[in-house]
Design a protein around this ligand. Structure first.
Ligand SMILES: NC(=O)c1ccc[n+]([C@@H]2O[C@H](COP(=O)([O-])OP(=O)(O)OC[C@H]3O[C@@H](n4cnc5c(N)ncnc54)[C@H](OP(=O)(O)O)[C@@H]3O)[C@@H](O)[C@H]2O)c1
Length: 250
């Protein structure tokens, strides 16, 4: 059996890395985004649309189901990238469009076997990340609650719903930024219990697990994929990273 994955926002960054990973594993993959990347994996199908435009999105989702059949897994990787009002843009892209797409694709889900929704959220659901704006925080926090809502309301149909909250991901598009800021990258690595930044494949592995029968009894879960970064007590930021064996100064 070859499950059908619909990946919204699968044209760049972690979404594209997920698509490449799924294609390597011979899955059927439909990708939704505005622009087809130059190096789009052969083996995936691209359905181009701006998901904030309902009619165009509906048309492309219909085509996607006609082409690749009933949906097993629906994965949301998009975030707002535009030049307009970020508040309106983020809520429209991350929340309203997500809801439309879930509503439209639910009747097109497979009637048996493992089926799930997965949402890429962020650690900005629980922490304030100053490199992102207010809308991003609000949209991601709401997305996690929407995920839980679907977990409860779709459980009876056998559809699971989970989210993944990555910390900063060193995606190919950000490589030049961090290459020019070695010190920043090293500082982030030093803070991480696992000693490195996240990679797009770390996110892909988590999605692959949650969108598989191995996660058949997992629903309503927000899986943090940050290498343990957010486990650290905040005052540790001011202290060297060496555990005390004697209890230290309290
Ligand atoms: N990068 C990180 O460090 C990080 C950390 C934590 C969480 N995350 C989350 O992980 C996910 C992926 O992040 P990323 O940085 O890899 O994303 P990205 O490179 O900015 O990619 C965003 C994706 O969303 C699609 N998209 C945006 N607006 C759209 C629209 N109106 N219609 C259709 N598609 C649209 C883009 O496709 P087109 O441009 O082709 O439309 C693209 O495929 C996001 O949800 C992000 O919030 C990222």
């Amino acid at each position: 059996l070859n499950p059908h994955y619909v990946v919204v926002g699968g044209t760049k960054g972690s979404g594209l890395a997920l698509v490449e990973y799924l294609v390597r594993r011979k899955r059927t993959v439909s990708v939704v985004g505005r622009s087809k990347p130059r190096h789009f994996p052969s083996g995936a199908d691209f359905f181009g649309c701006d998901i904030t435009v309902k009619s165009a999105t509906h048309r492309q989702l219909r085509r996607c189901v006609q082409a690749n059949g009933p949906v097993n897994y629906l994965v949301f990787c998009q975030r707002y990238r535009g030049h307009g009002d970020p508040w309106r843009g983020e809520l429209a892209t991350s929340l309203t469009a997500t809801r439309w797409i879930v509503d439209q694709l639910l009747p097109a889900f497979a009637t048996g076997g493992d089926r799930a929704l997965a949402f890429i959220a962020s650690i900005a659901t629980d922490f304030v990340v100053l490199s992102q704006g207010d809308a991003y925080h609000v949209a991601k926090a709401a997305l996690v609650q929407l995920m839980r809502y679907y977990a409860v309301t779709l459980g009876g149909r056998g559809i699971r719903s989970n989210s993944i909250s990555p910390g900063t991901v060193l995606k190919p598009e950000a490589a030049a930024y961090y290459a020019a800021r070695e010190e920043l990258r090293r500082a982030k690595e030093a803070l991480s219990p696992l000693g490195r930044m996240g990679r797009p494949l770390d996110v892909a592995y988590a999605v692959d697990f949650l969108c598989s029968p191995r996660a058949a009894f997992i629903t309503g879960h927000n899986l943090i994929v940050d290498g343990g970064m957010t486990l650290l007590g905040h005052e540790e930021l001011a202290a060297p990273k060496s555990p005390s064996t004697s209890g230290g100064v309290q």
